[in-house]
Design a binder for this molecule. Structure first.
Ligand SMILES: [Zn+2]
Length: 288
């Protein structure tokens, strides 16, 4: 077998690993779901929004932080950035090699407005590249093109990421409520990742609720919608109910994110669930 035919099947697939599917203050502080972000392996390995438990869940899945090529931080909230400094130490092989790209909103990279950057000067200095991006910017990491997309969130500098992979566009909307501008930025996505914080009949400002997720899905009509960043109230009220509503009201394929779930995107999209999810609460704290 030639080297090419040995390596091509692996290379042709884009893989997403969910190192957490929780979000919001209470789901994060109780780790009702893990909050380690999303690991994307395509021509490069990117870690998107590594919140608390990113490192722990990488260990569980034997994902080596030394192999990460880029860290993307959508905004300056700790459920999205808390493990990022240590991951820069991974990218730079312990700070020995200036390596890897650290890219995020102005608020998280530089500190802006009421936000202080959570990334120290030292940790910035060990990355080969550090960039602050705003909605509408297009940038590259290696040969991969990524668009920074708008959000409507309590960090006004927040962005989402529209990632052009060899298997189509994977859109990560990040924390946002729905607006025409936010929807428009994700048209053409093959996989649409929605941060669904609030369940049915529980809209709050700056986050998506289930009714808005259905509108979003209906407007984009991706091949698959993946729900993540699930908040405490939503977990308590039941994820399946939200999935059913979004399916029925958008006609799209909707997948509820589960911790450590892996998605392979090639000609088809396949889902592999982690066999032993350990952190599923049987009853949830009353906060939301
Ligand atoms: Zn947020």
């Amino acid at each position: 077998m030639s080297l090419k035919s040995e390596i091509m099947p692996e290379l042709q697939t884009t893989r997403l690993t969910f190192l957490g599917t929780g979000g919001g203050r209470f789901a994060t502080m109780y780790q009702a779901r893990a909050t380690g972000g999303i690991y994307l392996a395509d021509t490069l390995r990117l870690h998107i929004d590594p919140g608390p438990s990113a490192l722990y869940n990488m260990k569980r899945l034997s994902i080596d932080p030394i192999k990460t090529d880029g860290i993307l931080l959508s905004h300056c909230h700790p459920d999205h950035y808390s493990d990022a400094e240590i991951l820069t130490e991974g990218m730079s092989h312990g700070g020995i090699v200036k390596r890897g790209a650290l890219i995020g909103s102005k608020s998280v990279i530089l500190g802006e407005g009421e936000f202080d950057s959570p990334i120290s000067n030292y940790h910035r200095s060990i990355c080969a590249r550090v960039s602050a991006v705003s909605a509408g910017d297009r940038f590259r990491i290696g040969n991969m093109v990524i668009d920074a997309t708008p959000t409507q969130h309590s960090d006004p500098y927040g962005v989402g990421f529209r990632i052009h992979t060899r298997n189509g566009i994977i859109s990560y909307v990040s924390d946002s409520e729905i607006t025409d501008k936010v929807i428009a930025a994700h048209r053409g996505a093959r996989v649409l990742i929605l941060n669904l914080t609030r369940p049915l009949c529980a809209k709050v400002p700056f986050h998506l609720c289930t009714e808005e997720a259905a509108v979003f899905a209906r407007e984009i009509v991706p091949e698959m919608v993946i729900l993540t960043h699930l908040g405490m109230k939503l977990l308590r009220e039941g994820v399946d109910k939200q999935v059913k509503y979004i399916k029925e009201n958008s006609g799209t394929r909707v997948l509820a994110g589960e911790d450590l779930m892996k998605i392979s995107i090639g000609k088809d999209i396949t889902v592999k669930r982690f066999q032993d999810p350990t952190n599923h609460y049987t009853s949830y704290p009353k906060y939301d």
